[in-house]
Design a protein around this ligand. Structure first.
Ligand SMILES: [Cu+2]
Length: 639
């Protein structure tokens, strides 16, 4: 059975399995992309905003493929029209390394575990059962590549060992042992072996989390079930979702994973745009530890690995509770063969406590129960999990929450030494401090275009004759007019937030309808600007960046951060210092987790969370959830 395009296919719908096959087949036929080549990504080339607005009929559905020839390392970008598979463009992209692929990760692990030098190094440590060994290849930053290997598609790897056949592979780090690999030739170039760093035998570590392997009985808990006997209030037609007054379209690609398109709110029957597109455009995870085991460890989980490729299937009752609507996702391997991820995206309603309440002496209590619509997906990037939740509320709020869980990277150290840049989590084992920076790309369209943005700050007025008690608190709005103004930092002292307002429409109170970006999970980079990690990811130097909409500007650290030396994204674009006034705006919000590791995060980390909010700020003329009905409990059946 094929899933050939439906007549109702929307121009923003992700590529189908047939379309991915058609792209790979066309590139094989016309450009010889076959043996010795790899596909880094095959995704929908999304139509530009202007084309979308003039209606779907004139849009030619087009895919973009990034591929490279492993024989000479040269990369190409192709545009292929669908469904026919004509090659509309074929461009050589010199001097870049496309993203890492899952196939390379597996092939590299296979190769290393059979390599005599690796086998010998492990054997000298008393590790002889290679079925317990896992290698985990990471990408490099260009500045850290040994000079003799410059220009190669280089990876460096950790070596891990399971304590038993089903044991956690990330429980036992073989500290000091790091293969350096040419991924195009799939060849071990060098085996760094600093036996002394490990400090003797592998330490006695309890790194297990599977019930039969943990040294304690499971606690008793009663079932907690969510029942919606009449179904949910969500409708999903193809990929168009409607819930209460919200409406949006669900997208997905290999790099960003979940994408939310054309988010709008129906206000008294009028469909009012809020965001044209929202997604995560990059994630940067620098480890802040200079030892030989960790100094190369700066992950770009989006640009290097791809949240779409890393997406995992969700399970009812575990990952999502209640009445769930799932959507599958389609990605592909490095040969361009499609792979369907079943239940990749979860859509469901959640109870969210009290929405609003007042108890009046005469009329009694009026209480409204809040519920929220949650659209989520989970990714597993080797040892780590990221759980992404976009939540839509009845009062017009949007919340974006990310939970980080999974297994921390650890390494062992000699007895008596205290690692200064990490925390001990088990016997002679520490987890280095690190940071998770996520860059959300928010193409907001508040009541459509154009919009303007200002920084809003609270100021206490000095005590004087007009303010005799020193109580006056005012807010100050500073318009951000250019991209250099748009580089903004969180400021606790003034409770700074950012207001994106329509410059055309007017609300019922005479003001400009707006949404406010309420910062959360912000923290400074705390990194020397000369650091290679900072040079590649200068986006982490600010909480917020603002650019005028430009369809080609998608990747804040550059399109190809794998083995990059500099940040060719936001710093380069915003160096033009374009106007961001009264135009179509894109906000780039940097948030995440400043992860100071702790024993309680081991052996598996209880999900830590970080979030930011977009809240209506004069977008509505009053509480937008005034019309939420009360819940009347039928108590007639009770004794
Ligand atoms: Cu972490």
């Amino acid at each position: 059975m094929t899933d050939s395009p439906l007549p109702r296919q929307h121009p923003l719908d992700p590529l189908t399995t047939d379309e991915i096959r058609a792209v790979a087949a066309a590139l094989e036929e016309y450009k010889g992309v076959s043996y010795g080549w790899r596909f880094a990504s095959i995704d929908l080339a999304e139509p530009a905003k202007g084309d979308l607005k003039s209606g779907p009929s004139g849009i030619v559905r087009t895919a973009q493929a990034i591929c490279w020839n492993t024989a000479d390392g040269q990369a190409y970008r192709a545009l292929v029209t669908l469904p026919g598979g004509e090659i509309a463009r074929w461009d050589h992209v010199p001097g870049v390394q496309p993203n890492m692929t899952v196939d390379e990760w597996h092939e590299c692990d296979e190769m290393l575990r059979q390599h005599p030098a690796v086998v010998a190094a492990l054997s000298s440590r008393g590790i002889t059962d290679m079925s317990l060994v896992l290698t985990d290849v990471w990408a490099y930053g260009a500045a850290l590549v040994p000079p003799s290997y410059r220009g190669r598609r280089l990876g460096w790897s950790d070596v891990w060992m399971r304590g038993s056949a089903d044991g956690n592979p990330y429980a036992h780090h073989v500290t000091g042992l790091h293969p350096v690999v040419d991924l195009n030739r799939m060849e071990l170039l060098e085996l760094e072996d600093r036996r002394a760093d490990e400090g003797g035998d592998l330490p006695e570590v309890m790194g297990e989390y599977v019930p039969r392997l943990i040294p304690m009985p499971l606690r008793q808990v009663s079932p907690l079930e969510v029942s919606q006997p009449q179904g949910t209030s969500v409708t999903v037609e193809d990929r168009l979702l409607r819930w209460q007054n919200w409406q949006l379209r669900i997208g997905f690609n290999t790099r960003e994973g979940l994408v939310l398109h054309t988010v709008s709110f129906s206000d008294g029957g009028r469909v009012r745009p809020i965001a044209h597109r929202m997604s995560f455009a990059e994630m940067i995870v620098p480890y802040r530890d200079v030892t030989a085991d960790h100094y190369r460890r700066t992950a770009f989980d989006i640009g290097e690995w791809g949240l779409g490729f890393m997406t995992t299937s969700l399970e009812l009752g575990c990952d999502c509770l209640g009445e769930i609507r799932y959507l599958d996702a389609v990605v592909h391997n490095s040969r361009g063969e499609p792979r369907t991820i079943a239940n990749a995206i979860c859509i469901h309603e959640e109870d969210d406590g009290v929405l609003w309440k007042h108890v009046d002496e005469r009329t009694g209590a009026e209480v409204r129960r809040a519920r929220r619509l949650v659209i989520s997906f989970h990714v597993t990037v080797a040892n780590y999990e990221y759980l992404v939740y976009w939540r839509f509320y009845q009062d017009g709020n949007i919340e974006c929450e990310v939970r980080a869980t999974g297994i921390m990277v650890t390494s062992s150290f000699p007895p008596g030494r205290q690692p200064p840049t990490g925390r001990i989590v088990d016997q002679r084992t520490y987890a280095p401090y690190h940071q998770h920076f996520i860059v959300a790309r928010l193409d907001l369209d508040i009541d459509g275009e154009p919009n303007s943005i200002s920084a809003v700050e609270s100021r206490a007025l000095p005590a004087d004759d007009a303010n005799p008690y020193g109580l006056a608190l005012v807010t100050q709005e500073t318009p951000l007019r250019t991209e250099s103004d748009g580089r903004q930092d969180y400021d606790w002292r003034t409770q700074r937030s950012w207001l994106v307002a329509s410059t055309r429409s007017v609300n019922g109170l005479g003001g400009r309808p707006a949404y406010k970006l309420i910062p959360g999970g912000s923290f400074p980079a705390m990194m020397d600007e000369s650091s290679p990690a900072f040079q590649r990811a200068q986006v982490i130097g600010h909480t917020l960046w603002v650019t005028p909409y430009e369809p080609g500007e998608r990747w804040p650290c550059g399109e190809f951060p794998n083995l990059s030396a500099a940040d060719y994204g936001l710093p380069a674009w915003t160096a033009q210092d374009r106007s961001i006034e009264d135009t179509d705006l894109v906000l780039w919000y940097v948030f995440g987790l400043h992860h100071l590791t702790r024993p309680e995060d081991w052996p598996v980390m209880p999900a830590d969370r970080t979030a930011f909010w977009l809240k209506p700020w004069g977008f509505f003329d009053r509480n937008a959830a005034l019309d939420v009905p009360p819940i009347h409990h039928d108590l007639s059946g009770m004794a």
